[in-house]
Write a protein that binds this ligand. Structure first.
Ligand code: SF4
Length: 724
């Protein structure tokens, strides 16, 4: 595979052309232009302005990821004979990409214990089986897992059903990705989401991109970063790997950039995996040392300045260098560039949250931003770059083990019900309860719970202990082959742009979009809301406090959300007004925060030593350019020049030091598991001492170590041994 000097460019255009040719140019164009929010990432495209339009109304805004998701939904149906042809053992040999490209699910199927084949069944039988089981177990023995791709309406309705049924074991995929951002930000500003709007990125002159590769996973963000550079601003990238698209990116919709390329990073710093907390604290220390801290702002609008100042002063540069893996000179360079910024935005992804100290990483970013008054004004602030297109919405509408007091009270009041009060189990706790046979039934609204779990062998065993596991999906994934219970039922659902009624989604900028839905592409799948309402009626009956049949109307659900969730008042009637909106109380353009005294919080830490050294390497599991979360569309990772996924990437120095040979097969082992037969690749863009493998396959090696504050597993800090 030919090394690439830039991201985007003609490759992206060629890819779009090929996909359009395969799917049909007009068919794909119509699908991409329909008034539906983009199905992939939470940057937010589409909605009432039409597909491929961003929140600022700019067109065309489209990327490879959105095309991949759309083309996947344009696939033909899985044929009935498929289920007689392929046994579970054969499906287990399929790769994530092969499962995804089997086609669209169109009929309910069941896999009973002892059987080797899924069997198609009718909807009534499927819902009947699930309802019977739910009525036969105690609600506390069930859990309800949500993917961030489902609509606000489906999320709200299912969490309501689960709670009225009698459990708070309600959680979503963010526990395995950005939960640390929510917890960390809430401890800094009192609000768990971005403090800025999309427009603020047009007014900033300095962007930190920390622990992420948006060139692959949020490509449209590259346009904003290119414009920061064109305005003479800084883009400071902090990442253990030099990612091609973060060095140079050719924005296909910008002729100059397409022809000549656009430098993205003005400064690229490679800490060791797990070294962010020390690095960010080192930059903060230097900012204070050079007198660039906004003392008046800190005294007027923050709490904890004196403690932070004293703690930073107490840190030694030796400790900072040792625990970050970054030389003092580079840290000072970051501080100098930051000190000259008028408006800075700090953006991060899972390189920050996938650590046992993920919440502290977020708090350290908060410290650094507040030190120079970069939260609470236009053009500056904090931006967790979220994954799934509605992962934030799902959290906002109540999909969490513990509802905020206001939402809990309003939910009871609105539906005249008394709901369970004990705190429910988070995602990993549910898997551990299944393993201990304390959970008997699991219900997954979208996503791939098995695939996204750490310690894959443990996850497989735990899910195997369940008596019933229900999946609602559009296509097949590794969970349907490996995450199997005594009885496993897969229910086919409609994609967002096939919904018979409008639905809504929330972007990472707290902007709510209205998706019109559209014509179904296949007979068989049902809307998520329809399935949930029918099941709730079957389990709880129609005589109760909630008329579940009427709750099939997404407009009715929105009326309830508008009454129950603060900031969502404008959701009621959005399908009539077509007015998409910014959620109130989340964007901080003034230094008055959502804390009890309106002051932001500063934090101090105990810096962790870097794990590993010697024969032990620090491994991070990553997404490739050909996938989105656990969904793999292409095996190739063009930017890292890898044509396959069964690889481990090490720096040539480590390969020599460990007496290994590039392009040979090695065994990779950790405290959680072992992967033999992995292809060793030399990769000089990663820092020596660190290693890279692809998620979700490498989850075999990821132990269940979690950040105690967010319960997010440390997918990006795994100690491994690599042997010939
Ligand atoms: S950047 Fe994200 S929201 Fe925008 S088109 Fe791509 S996947 Fe969709």
């Amino acid at each position: 595979m030919k090394p690439r000097t830039h991201g985007g460019g003609w490759h992206a255009i060629g890819y779009a052309w090929k996909k359009a040719r395969d799917a049909g140019f007009l068919r794909l164009w119509r699908a991409m232009r329909s008034k539906n929010a983009c199905k992939t990432c939470a940057l937010g495209m589409g909605g009432q302005a039409g597909g491929m339009v961003n929140e600022a109304g700019h067109f065309p805004e489209v990327c490879k990821k959105s095309l991949q998701a759309m083309v996947a939904d344009l696939q033909g149906a899985i044929k009935p004979e498929f289920w007689q042809t392929y046994s579970v053992a054969q499906l287990q040999a399929f790769s994530p990409r092969e499962l995804e490209s089997c086609g669209r699910l169109t009929q309910p199927v069941v896999l009973e214990r002892g059987s080797q084949y899924y069997r198609p069944i009718e909807w009534d039988e499927a819902l009947g089986r699930i309802a019977t089981k739910l009525r036969s177990v105690a609600p506390r023995e069930t859990f309800w897992y949500f993917s961030g791709r489902s609509s606000n309406e489906a999320g709200f309705l299912l969490q309501l059903f689960a709670r009225i049924y009698g459990t708070n074991n309600v959680n979503n995929c963010s526990f395995y990705c950005h939960q640390a951002s929510g917890v960390g930000l809430s401890s800094v500003t009192g609000s768990g989401t971005a403090t800025i709007e999309l427009e603020d990125l047009n007014a900033t002159d300095c962007v930190f991109v920390i622990g992420g590769n948006p060139a692959s996973n949020h490509p449209r963000l590259m346009t904003m970063l290119m414009q920061v550079r064109r305005r003479g601003g800084d883009v400071i990238v902090i990442n253990p790997v030099v990612e091609t698209g973060l060095v140079n990116f050719r924005v296909p919709s910008d002729v100059r950039s397409l022809l000549f390329g656009s430098k993205i990073a003005s400064l690229y710093v490679q800490p060791d995996i797990g070294g962010d907390l020390a690095l960010l604290s080192g930059v903060a220390k230097r900012v204070v040392e050079i007198g660039a801290a906004e003392e008046q702002f800190l005294m007027d609008y923050c709490r904890g300045w004196e403690a932070l100042r004293a703690w930073l002063a107490s840190l030694s540069w030796d400790e900072i260098e040792r625990k970050s893996g970054v030389r003092r000179g580079q840290i000072e360079e970051i501080a100098v560039r930051y000190a000259r910024a008028k408006n800075a935005v700090f953006a991060w992804t899972m390189g920050i949250t996938h650590h046992a100290h993920g919440v502290q990483n977020v708090q350290a970013i908060g410290n650094l931003a507040l030190l120079r008054g970069m939260v609470g004004k236009p053009g500056a602030g904090l931006l967790p770059i979220r994954g799934h297109s509605n992962v934030q919405g799902i959290g906002s509408v109540g999909v969490t083990p513990q509802l905020k007091d206001a939402v809990f009270a309003r939910l009871q009041q609105h539906f005249h019900v008394s709901l369970p009060t004990e705190t429910g189990m988070d995602t990993l706790a549910c898997i551990e309860a299944a393993d201990a046979r304390r959970a008997r039934v699991g219900f997954c609204l979208g996503g791939n719970l098995y695939g996204s779990n750490p310690d894959a062998a443990f996850a497989r065993r735990a899910l195997g202990n369940l008596e019933l596991l229900v999946y609602l999906n559009t296509t097949l994934n590794t969970g349907h082959a490996h995450g199997l219970a005594e009885e496993t039922i897969i229910l086919p659902v409609l994609a967002r742009d096939e919904e018979p009624q409008p639905t809504t989604q929330e972007s990472m900028f707290n902007f709510v979009r209205l998706s019109d839905g559209g014509p179904r592409r296949h007979v068989g799948p049902k809307s998520e809301v329809g399935v949930i309402a029918a099941l709730a009626a079957a389990v709880l009956g129609d005589a109760g406090p909630v008329d579940w049949r009427s709750m099939q109307a997404t407009g009715k659900i929105r009326e309830a959300i508008a009454k129950v969730v603060p900031g969502f008042e404008k959701l009621a009637g959005i399908d009539r007004t077509k007015r998409e909106f910014q959620i109130g109380g989340r964007t901080f353009h003034e230094p008055r925060f959502a804390t009890d005294d309106s002051r932001a919080r500063l934090h101090t830490f105990v810096l962790p030593e870097l794990p590993g050294g010697g024969a032990m390497l620090r491994l991070m599991t990553v997404r490739s350019e050909g996938q989105f979360n656990t969904v793999v569309y292409e095996d190739a990772d063009v930017y890292r020049v890898q044509e396959r996924r069964d690889v481990i990437l090490l720096h040539p120095e480590d390969i020599a030091r460990l007496g290994l040979r590039a392009e040979s097969r090695v065994a990779v082992s950790s405290e959680a598991g072992r992967m033999p037969g992995v292809l060793l690749r030399a990769f000089d863009r990663i820092k020596p001492g660190n290693a890279l493998m692809y998620y979700p396959e490498a989850n075999v090696l990821v132990p269940r170590t979690v950040d105690p504050l967010s319960r997010t597993p440390a997918f990006k800090s795994v100690l491994v041994r690599v042997e010939a």
